[in-house]
Write a protein that binds this ligand. Structure first.
Ligand SMILES: [Zn+2]
Length: 342
């Protein structure tokens, strides 16, 4: 079996992947068809594939926002969520913590209750019909400031959907200091949600320190720039704080210049817990299988090495223990070339 086929067939968990950012051309085509005549996004899959060919980062943002604009009612939210789960099922992703930004949808007029019902409806259907377990990370879009933090906290704690496991912080890091979000993370953590902010993606190691000190980060979204600070690397290793690494995203957003220069090698050599993730896969022209191929190539991994990375994601997830044991056994069985024992 080729390594590529091994990766494709491997049961996987994904920890860093965004809801709207996961909308594939097929999913977007479906949404565009629902709003035909009221959107500039083409509904024809071929035209749409062209539309998804980004010329530069500004174009990516433009396309991303036009997809955000297609999420207008609860049915759009349900269709998007279920469509994302279908794409995951095709890649043998069995479990995903999907980063959802409810603030954007609620701001656009979808009532919070209807939004929760839509994602939960899709989650239950995905588990039953596709064998994909979804959990939610509600994230604050940092660029929208403290108002968005308030709204996100209220939605998370007052309307808490069954699938919600964690609280996050995304958006640009430059000009958006992390410590200001501490009270929101304090309350979310007190309510039992895990803390998984983005940090050290477009700014330096000090942002990762802030995420650890002020936001109680249990995993770091990206953390790419951590390698610039040996004390931070020691801390991350000593406390076994996983990094959610998204290689192709880092190239697309130019926080890493060339894939050969990606710091994942230093992270692994330093003994950090590294997980492989896709971030906004169709928008970056990738998927989780492709990201495993990229990392296997960078680190020179064989099947056993790739399986170990997949185990890292399971162990670093907020899945209940029984689910972790089952998925780890499935990975072991895939590596052994057989089926897991009943
Ligand atoms: Zn992200």
């Amino acid at each position: 079996m080729s390594l590529r086929a091994f990766i494709a067939g491997m049961p996987k968990a994904e920890l860093h992947v965004h809801h709207v950012g996961s909308a594939s051309p097929q999913v977007v085509a479906g949404l565009a068809a629902r709003h035909e005549g009221r959107t500039s996004v083409p509904a024809d899959p071929e035209a749409l594939a062209k539309y998804f060919e980004f010329t530069d980062f500004a174009h990516f943002i433009e396309v991303y926002l036009s997809v955000v604009d297609l999420i207008r009612d609860a049915e759009d939210v349900r269709a998007l969520t279920y469509g994302v789960a279908q794409d995951m099922a095709r890649q043998n992703i069995r479990y995903a913590e999907l980063t959802v930004t409810p603030y954007s949808s609620v701001k656009r007029g979808i009532p919070g209750e209807a939004f929760m019902e839509a994602i939960e409806d899709a989650r239950v259907a995905a588990e039953k019909e596709l064998g994909v377990t979804l959990r939610w990370c509600f994230d604050i879009p940092g660029e929208a400031g403290l108002e968005s933090a308030e709204v996100t906290e209220r939605l998370a704690l007052d309307l808490r959907p069954d699938g919600l496991v964690s609280f996050g912080l995304g958006g640009p890091e430059i000009g958006v200091p992390r410590p200001q979000f501490q009270p929101f993370f304090d309350r979310a953590r007190a309510a039992g949600l895990h803390s998984v902010p983005h940090a050290g993606e477009s700014t330096g190691p000090e942002t990762v320190w802030d995420a650890l000190r002020f936001l109680g980060a249990e995993r770091i979204g990206h953390g790419t720039q951590s390698v610039g600070d040996p004390a931070l690397m020691d801390h991350l290793g000593e406390h076994r704080i996983p990094l959610e690494v998204c290689p192709t995203s880092n190239i697309a957003t130019r926080v890493v210049t060339r894939m050969e220069e990606h710091p994942i090698r230093q992270m692994v050599d330093a003994g950090l817990v590294v997980t492989v993730n896709s971030d906004d896969p169709p928008m970056f022209g990738t998927d989780l299988n492709r990201e495993y191929e990229v990392v296997a190539d960078l680190l020179g991994l064989d099947e056993a090495g790739v399986a170990e990375l997949a185990r890292n994601a399971v162990r670093s997830s907020f899945m209940e223990d029984g689910g972790k044991t089952r998925l780890l056994a499935e990975i072991d069985a895939h590596l052994a070339g057989g089926l897991p024992e009943a």
